[in-house]
Structure formats: structure tokens, C-alpha cells
Design a binder for this molecule. Structure first.
Ligand code: PEP
Ligand code: MG
Length: 756
């Protein structure tokens, strides 16, 4: 039963008392001892304890009232151990009426806590790092109210200042000690963009430390907030009106979203509540920001997470306004800089000087996040989902990113640095060698000529067409323009992008794929229904056919951009022939309109489809008469063939495209289309992997479209391959019961001098 014995004078009185304790001239340990008494008194709790993180991720009881005083500086829990450890590990409060029945309860007999049933604890966080836990306990079983949790969180902020001052624990103990005690200086994450890099840490948006926490006068703080909000809004307006901002209006879109948030009433009201609780305006913004981060950690919906992260950036800006600090200062960069951030917007990445930026590490981030898309296009390695990374590093720390093994090495030893310097040198040499191969034909030793194309989606991709010597763009993902924006790209913006792509490509062919939205491809401004299984849901051409205006609009922009040039269009996620015909008839209607308006028609129109849904593979005879080309989207095709989510890292290596079953299926598709006179290509990730590409050539595929960085390695493989020999061998393997033919194919390559 939630009863609230919270002292009616409440949080304000508590804060005032805390300020007095902080300002008193006593040693820090005595301040802690006094704090626990003040808090216990004010919150009518029988116990109040403070645990602080020491070297090796140990939480040590530093002060208590209610528990056995003998346990102070003796009771230790590992981060993650017991309820206190769980609060520290999650960085979030716990509120339990019956703590002892919780699965994670860890009894420490020396504390004498067995008589206390209810427990509420909050993390003590400073600059993103959990420094300890503050907890209260009561004998009776009761749930603490939301107001009480908030009050304790606010007190924890004040406590964080005392702990962060370094008077109680030398900060270097926690930082260096963490590694010294065997905590691996190597942390696993998720590769968001390929590559290896060594550099020195630059923290994105160096943290603003709010030091003035407790308000003298509430009215003044409300006025300061009003003023800061006004200047925040006008600075956003100014930015929006500045015409010389970055690439293709991305800044504009992001800022537009920010402007929307800056007027968000819910957010501002929460800040006002915190001011009413006795905090200064900047401390109030930070309080709400901490709550927001806790919410963010729980949210799995990608779109919501990204919007909350926008709100987080905005809070930083607002704090800067309140503290009179300059906005958007990019820290001084090292010659080899690795940026470390909790999360980053795509345009914020573009703000960094690319001649010095070597890599990016994010505490959050997903492969489909905007920043990952841009980083890939720029060739910057990114590792994401390393929780707490921002708190683990200091500016200037040496750090290594290895996206191949999905690891980050903090403060690596010289041996490790030597190994990675060597690896980077080898990659550079290979890259230089590939550059020299740029103009060599992609032809096998036995004379099979291959078409090598690149996948693209943004303007930053276009220079790769030239520097890789690719034959064209085999897949232009038009949805990227939508994904990096926060408003619908208008007709002119779409036409402009397509036209610039065609300009850059010159005589080389470009295949535009119409919008492939849905599933992992989140478009910020499009409301979407909640779906049980988004990958099997309302996405891609299904949306295009149900909302034909969107598709028509895009086809119109494509026709306008083409004006007299060749246009190649394909549709994503077509499941049967009738869907293709329906999409095609929308295109035909747009062509008719284009002609009626006497606009210049394309010199040639080629229409094709992606093959990503297995069902379509069984309708190829019916499809062939209607298509000019087919592009196999192996990413989705394999996910549906094996019923294995392509984004689920637990399944990444479970099924293999190089299995006899999948290869037989692909062989059937390639044979049928080739015999039917339809040009067939493959544009999934497999096309860019040398062993997979080799197998596909063995199956008879003659066109591949891949990420630009793969063109060099794949061309090298092709030029060292005898396709006839491989085919003869491969066809003998397709009936085997093996899980994968990978090792057999790799051995073939080694035995026959094929460069992989
Ligand atoms: C695919 O599914 O293989 C493909 C190329 O499309 P995307 O990765 O954009 O879904
Ligand atoms: Mg796909």
C-alpha cells in the first residue's frame, strides 16, 4: 500500500539542509554522515545509506544511518550484485515494497538489514558516470511515492557533486583502477560501419558540468528559464535562416525538428516542476535530462529513441544558454581523432574535420541509425552500443576501434598498438593497390567479364563511382534522403538529388529503387502503425501501392530529373507478379502525364524489380516477359528464406548464404532469368564479400552491386579466378548435406590462387 510519510515541507527543505551540509567546513566523510541523517529524517526512513564505486567496480558502504555502523567501509558489493549493485549497473532507480523477495537481493549479515522490507535506491550520477548509490529503507512493506523517488534523485545530484570533487575517492582510482583490477581494456560493441582506426579520444560536446544546483529564488529561476528558452529558439531560428549550412539541407531538417522540441510543453513543464522542487534552472534541465536518458535506455522503438536523443541534445543546448556558454563548439581535434559520444546526429558528424576524424564510438546507435549511414558513406569506422563508454574515457586517451571484431581497446598497450598499426598499414597498401586496379577490367582468368556496380543513397557516395572505377550504380537507395531528414523531401529536393546523381554518373547506368520504407528503415516524419513483425509488415512497395500518391510523387521527380537521359527504376520487396504490374502501371501513368505535359521523356526507360521475397522466385516465368532486369536483394531474401531476422545479432552467423540450399535456390533464379534473357544482378551485402561473390560467379551471375569499399577486393578476386573451374567444382557441392560450403570454397580459393 503506497503511503507517503514524506515530510510535508518536502524536497525544498531537504535541499536547503543539503546545501548547509555541503557548505559546512567539516571533512567530507563527516558531511556524508550528516547527509544520511538529514535524508533519513526528512524522508521518515529508518535507514539511509550511501554506497560509492571504488576501483574494480566495487560498491563500498561509505555512510549509513540505520544499518550497523561497523559495516561502513567494510560492506562491499560488485556493480550488478544485489539490489544496490543492480541500481548502479542499470543507472536507474529501484523502488521495492518487499526487497527481500527480489531475485537479486543479496544479504550481508554484517549490516543487520534483515528487518527492513522496503527499499528505494537511486544512482548517484555525474557526467554520465555512476559514482554510487543512495538508498533508503523502511521496516514496513511500502512502496515509495513518485515524489519521494524524485526527491531522492535530486539529492543524489547534490551528492554527486561532493563525490565528484575527488575529496572522498581519488577519481583516478576509479578510472585507472577499473583497468588495473583486470577489467578488460577491450570492450565489445556492435559494428555500425566497417574499418579499423587508432586515435585519441575527443568527447563529443564536452560535458557541461552544472555546479550551481540549489536555487535561491524560484521566481528568478523561472525567469532565467524563460529567457534561455527565448534565446534558444531564436538561435535555432537564426540557424534555420542561415543559407550557407552544410550538405543538402540535412542541417535544416534536423534543426526544424529541434525547433519543434524547443516548443514542447511537456518537456518545459517537467523542467518547471524541477525548479519548483528547489533546483536552479540549469540543474532542473539536467534533472529532466537524466530521467529522459533512463527512459531512452528502456525504449526499443528506434524512432522514439532517436527522437529522445534529439531532445537530449536540445537539453545540452539549453544548459549552455543558461550557463552563458558558447554553442556547438567542436573540441580541438587531434591529428588522429576518435570521437566518443553517447549518440550523435548525422550532421553533427559532418561538423568534424574529416582530415582528422578517424573513427566514432557510440554508447548507443544502431546500424540503421542516421549517423551510421553517413559514417559508412564517409568510410569512417563506427562501433556502437558500448554502454557507459562516455564515462570510461577521458579526452586524449589513446583508443583503437576494430569494427571487424566489433571491439574497442581502451588505453591499449604498445603491443596492441603495434599490431593495429600494422593492420592499418596493410589495409592502406591494399587500398592503394585497389586504386591502381581501378581501370583494369573486372575479368576472370578464363575471360568472364563481370559488371561491378556500387550501392549508393546519398550525395556523399557519388565520388566513389569514379574512385572505384565501378561500372555504375546498381542500387540507389532513395529512402536514405528521407531517412536523414525530418520533413518530407519536396518534389524539387527529390528531383535535384536524382538529377545530381545522374550528372555524377554521366554515361554510367544508375538503377533507382523506389522508396523502401518500413521495418528497420525509419522515416522520422511518417507515422506508421505499430506492427507485431515489421520485417514482415507494411513496408516498401506494399506502402507504395496502398499510398500511391507517395510513389507517384517520387516517380514524377525521377522523370523530371531524367529529362532526356536513360532512366532505370526498380521496385522493392515485390512479392508477386501482380504487385510488380500494379507498380509498373503507376509508372506508365506518370509517363503518360509527363508526355502530355510535353516534358522531355527519358531517352530509354528500363523497369525492373528487386527479388527479395522467396514467393516471387516461383513466378519467374510469369515475371520475365514484363521486366527489363532483376536485382536480387540477398539481405532480405536470405532473411525470409531462413526465417532469420537480418538485424538480430544472435542469428548473424547461424545461417549461411553459402549453404547448399541457399546456393541451389540462387542458382535456380539466376538460370531462369538468364535463360529468359533478363539481366540479373545481386545487390545485397553478399555481393561485396569476396568468397560469396566468387560463389555467385560460379552460379552464373555476371553483375554485382556492392558497397564501394568492396569493389577493389572483389575485383582482385575476379582477376585471379578461373570461373569455369570453380563452376564445375561448385555444382558438385550443391547436393551435399553440409550446413555451409564456406570452408570448401575458401580451400578452393587457396588451392587455386584466388585472392580473397
Ligand atoms: C537487400 O535486401 O538485399 C537490399 C539490397 O535491400 P536493403 O538492404 O536496402 O533492404
Ligand atoms: Mg531489401
Amino acid at each position: 500500500m503506497p503511503v507517503s510519510p514524506l515530510n510535508p515541507a518536502g524536497p525544498r527543505l531537504l535541499l536547503r539542509r543539503m546545501r548547509e551540509v555541503m557548505a559546512s567546513p567539516q571533512p567530507p566523510q563527516q558531511k556524508l554522515d550528516q547527509m544520511v541523517r538529514v535524508i533519513a529524517n526528512n524522508m521518515v526512513a529508518e535507514v539511509c545509506s550511501i554506497y560509492l564505486v571504488r576501483a574494480g567496480d566495487i560498491l563500498e558502504l561509505f555512510a549509513t544511518v540505520g544499518l550497523n555502523p561497523e559495516a561502513v567501509h567494510k560492506t562491499n558489493l560488485r556493480v550488478g550484485e544485489g539490489l544496490i549493485g543492480e541500481i548502479a549497473a542499470r543507472g536507474a532507480p529501484l523502488n521495492l515494497a518487499d526487497a527481500q523477495s527480489h531475485a537479486n537481493f543479496a544479504y550481508r549479515p554484517e549490516t543487520g538489514e534483515d528487518i527492513y522490507h522496503s527499499l528505494m535506491g537511486v544512482p548517484v550520477i555525474r557526467a554520465g558516470r555512476v559514482l554510487g548509490v543512495l538508498a533508503v529503507q523502511n521496516v514496513t512493506q511500502r512502496l515509495y511515492t513518485e515524489e519521494e523517488t524524485e526527491a531522492l534523485q535530486t539529492v543524489a545530484m547534490v551528492l554527486a557533486e561532493l563525490v565528484g570533487s575527488g575529496e572522498l575517492i581519488d577519481p583516478s582510482e576509479v578510472h585507472e583502477g577499473t583497468f588495473a583490477q583486470g577489467h578488460p581494456p577491450k570492450i565489445d560493441g556492435i559494428a555500425l560501419a566497417e574499418g579499423i582506426a587508432i586515435g585519441q579520444v575527443v568527447l563529443h560536446e564536452p560535458r557541461v558540468q552544472v555546479t550551481h544546483l540549489i536555487a535561491e529564488d524560484e521566481t528568478v529561476e523561472h525567469e532565467r528559464l524563460d529567457e534561455a528558452l527565448r534565446s534558444l529558439r531564436s538561435s535555432l531560428d537564426n540557424l534555420l535562416e542561415t543559407s550557407d549550412l552544410g550538405i543538402e539541407g540535412d542541417h535544416f531538417d534536423v534543426l526544424e525538428t529541434y525547433r519543434m522540441f524547443a516548443n514542447d510543453r511537456g518537456w518545459i513543464e517537467k523542467i518547471r516542476d524541477a525548479i519548483r522542487g528547489g533546483l536552479t534552472a540549469e540543474a532542473a534541465v539536467q534533472r529532466v535530462q537524466v530521467d529522459n536518458r533512463v527512459r531512452m535506455a528502456k525504449i526499443t522503438d528506434l524512432y522514439l529513441r532517436e527522437r529522445l536523443s534529439d531532445l537530449d541534445d536540445l537539453a545540452n543546448r539549453l544548459i549552455r544558454h543558461l550557463m552563458g556558454l558558447e554553442q556547438g563548439v567542436v573540441a580541438e581535434l587531434y591529428d588522429q581523432t576518435i570521437v566518443v559520444a553517447r549518440n550523435l546526429g548525422p550532421t553533427e558528424l559532418l561538423d568534424y574535420d574529416r582530415s582528422k576524424l578517424r573513427g566514432l564510438i557510440l554508447a548507443e546507435g544502431t546500424p540503421s541509425s542516421h549517423v551510421a549511414i553517413i559514417a559508412k558513406a564517409l568510410g569512417i569506422p563506427v562501433i556502437g552500443q558500448i554502454e557507459g563508454i562516455v564515462g570510461l574515457v577521458d579526452p586524449g586517451d589513446q583508443i583503437i576501434i576494430d569494427a571487424m571484431t566489433e571491439q574497442v581497446f581502451l588505453l591499449p598497450t604498445q603491443d596492441v598498438i603495434d599490431v593495429y598499426e600494422e593492420a592499418i598499414a596493410v589495409r592502406e597498401q591494399r587500398r592503394a593497390a585497389y586504386a591502381q586496379h581501378r581501370d583494369l577490367p573486372a575479368i576472370t582468368k578464363d575471360g568472364v567479364e563481370m559488371g561491378l556496380h556500387i550501392n549508393a543513397g546519398l550525395l556523399v557516395d557519388l565520388p566513389h563511382l569514379d574512385d572505384t572505377g565501378a561500372h555504375g550504380i546498381g542500387l540507389f537507395r532513395t529512402e536514405f534522403q528521407f531517412m536523414v531528414g525530418s520533413t518530407f523531401p519536396r518534389h524539387d529536393a527529390q528531383r535535384e538529388l536524382y538529377s545530381r546523381v545522374l550528372d555524377a554518373a554521366g554515361d554510367k547506368p544508375v538503377i533507382f529503387r523506389t522508396l523502401d520504407i518500413g521495418s528497420d528503415k525509419v522515416v522520422p516524419f511518417l507515422e506508421r502503425p505499430k506492427e507485431e513483425n515489421p520485417a514482415l509488415g507494411w513496408r516498401a512497395i506494399r506502402m507504395g501501392l496502398d499510398r500511391p500518391a507517395l510513389l507517384r510523387y517520387q516517380l514524377r521527380a525521377l522523370l523530371a530529373a531524367t529529362a532526356g537521359r536513360e532512366l532505370r527504376v526498380m521496385f522493392p520487396l515485390v512479392s508477386d507478379v501482380s504487385e510488380f504490374l500494379a507498380a509498373r502501371s503507376i509508372l506508365d501513368r506518370e509517363m503518360g502525364r509527363h508526355r502530355r505535359l510535353k516534358h522531355t521523356p527519358p531517352s530509354r526507360l528500363l523497369v525492373g524489380t528487386m527479388l527479395e521475397v522467396p514467393a516471387l522466385a516461383w513466378q519467374l516465368d510469369a515475371l520475365i516477359p514484363h521486366v527489363d532486369f532483376v536485382s536480387i536483394g540477398s539481405n532480405d531474401l536470405m532473411q525470409y528464406l531462413f526465417a532469420a531476422d537480418r538485424g538480430n545479432s544472435m542469428l548473424t552467423d547461424r545461417y549461411d548464404l553459402l549453404s547448399p540450399g541457399a546456393l541451389s535456390f540462387l542458382a535456380m533464379i539466376i538460370n531462369k532469368l538468364t535463360e529468359g534473357g533478363v539481366s540479373v544482378s545481386l545487390c545485397g551485402e553478399a555481393a561485396g564479400k569476396p568468397v560469396e561473390a566468387m560463389a555467385l560467379i560460379g552460379l552464373g551471375l555476371r553483375n554485382l552491386s556492392m558497397t564501394p569499399a568492396s569493389v577493389g577486393p572483389v575485383k582482385e578476386m575476379i582477376r585471379s579466378l578461373d570461373a569455369g573451374k570453380l563452376r564445375a567444382y561448385l555444382l558438385t557441392l550443391l547436393q551435399l548435406p553440409d550446413h555451409s560450403l564456406r570452408s570448401k570454397l575458401t580451400n578452393f580459393a587457396r588451392d587455386h590462387g584466388v585472392e580473397l
